[in-house]
Write a protein that binds this ligand. Structure first.
Ligand code: PMP
Length: 405
């Protein structure tokens, strides 16, 4: 057998032995009944109530958004047909970039294939621009930022303790005063649901003459008066050099973007491989995202409902004695503390109760902090929550003590 195939066997065995083997549950979204999905398991098809969608505001199934996508497909076809440079830039792409720049109060925006690519391509482009960058990266930054930073090959990388301003300042102070510096961080951290102290980070950036790169993937559409993210909510958007976001979560569609000063984005547009050498987003996707961004900019009702739903679920979990983690955001993590157990609880939820919540295991979270992640949205009713709490009590509290909870 080829060495690589032996390696595959060994690695997969080890992953399975650790209870981390990934099984995808194929869920068919029921657009007119979201958050219900249809699932076929063990020869049986039934409707499942899903608690783990990142379509946080149910925009992906909004009739206006769906219609915008259908209309664009009829008018312009299914795909862009080229990179942005080769026949792939449509007026829709330009309009969406203008809309996103305006959302964040910036000069310009650039669309990417995904949020992942926007982070990887932009961070690597920035950090390869000069030979002596020092980059300060939060310990819990998303993989797409870590990879983008690693791809900035000559940069000196300093990882600061998660949301720890004293540690960040210690590292900033130790770096050469005249070196170009960049602080890379997120606003809402998606696994613990905690929020970075944006103002303090901007103050440190000012003090040490550092640029700032903020991933607002789990905040855009949801935080701030117009959905501009935590940087809008906290009034600091103008102090952030680059705000990065996704169109795939709060906006319910697909694609990623960065916003910032015209000159900076013009540079990224001109050098970032992940922007240049790939087909532009499909027009139906761009049209859907444009409709979604415009709707959420104008209407705060969904945002208010999202936070009401998240707080209600947290309160119900607490009242029922379930091990809910403290979270200052719309994300509701339930601590399980063991990979096999998290997977098993998730499977029992589906099989016995017709509900789905994703188990989050290592390496997404540290070992011993495995959890189920709930993201209730505007369409999750109190009655659905009561049903969920009852199911979790039966699964978790009627069994021997849960490890690490
Ligand atoms: N940043 C963060 C913090 C994320 O959690 C994710 C994806 N879950 C991404 C970036 C990538 O975004 P996308 O799904 O649009 O690729």
């Amino acid at each position: 057998m080829h060495k690589f195939l032996v390696k595959c066997d060994e690695a997969l065995k080890e992953i399975s032995a650790q209870g981390r083997y990934r099984r995808f549950v194929a869920l068919e979204k029921l657009a007119d009944r979201f958050p219900y999905y249809s699932v076929t398991m063990e020869g049986r098809t039934r409707d499942i109530l899903v608690w783990s969608s990142n379509d946080y505001l149910a925009m992906g199934t909004d009739p206006v958004v769906i219609e915008a996508s259908i209309e664009a497909a009829r008018r312009m076809g299914a795909g862009a047909g080229g990179t942005r440079n080769i026949a792939g830039s449509s007026p829709l792409h330009v309009a969406l970039e203008e809309e996103l720049a305006d959302l964040h109060g910036k000069d310009a925006a650039l669309l990417f294939t995904s949020g992942y690519v926007s982070n990887q391509a932009t961070l690597s482009a920035i950090l390869n621009s000069l030979p002596d960058w020092h980059v300060f990266s939060d310990a819990q930054n998303h993989n797409s930022m870590i990879v983008g930073i690693k791809d900035g090959r000559k940069a000196s990388v300093h990882v600061f303790k998660h949301n720890d301003m004293a540690d960040l300042e210690r590292l900033l102070a130790a770096a050469p005063a005249d070196a170009p510096k960049l602080i890379a961080f997120e606003s809402v951290y998606s696994m613990d649901g905690d929020i970075a102290p944006l103002k303090e980070i901007c103050d440190l950036a000012d003090r040490y003459n550092a640029l700032t790169y903020l991933d607002e993937v789990h905040a855009v559409g949801m935080y701030g008066a117009h959905g501009g993210g935590v940087s809008e909510r906290d009034g600091v958007a103008h102090r952030i050099t680059i705000i990065e976001g996704t169109l795939a979560k709060g906006f319910g569609c697909h694609g990623g973007y960065v916003t910032g000063d015209f000159k900076v984005l013009d540079y990224i547009r001109s050098v970032a491989a992940g922007f240049i050498f790939t087909t532009a987003l499909p027009p139906p996707t761009v049209a859907a995202a444009l409709a979604s961004v415009r709707m959420l900019k104008a209407d705060s009702a969904r945002r208010a409902l999202l936070f009401d739903r998240a707080e209600t679920l947290k309160a119900k979990f607490r009242a029922a004695g379930l091990p809910v983690m403290a979270s200052s955001s719309h994300i509701v993590p339930l601590m399980i503390g063991d990979a096999a157990k998290a997977t098993q609880v998730s499977m029992r939820l589906i099989r016995e109760f017709g509900m789905y919540a994703t188990p989050i295991n290592y390496p997404t979270v540290p070992q011993g902090t495995e959890r189920l992640r709930f993201t209730p949205g505007p369409k999750h009713s109190d009655a659905m929550m009561d049903e969920l709490v009852g199911a979790l009590q039966k699964i978790l509290l009627s069994e021997p003590a849960v490890t690490g909870a």
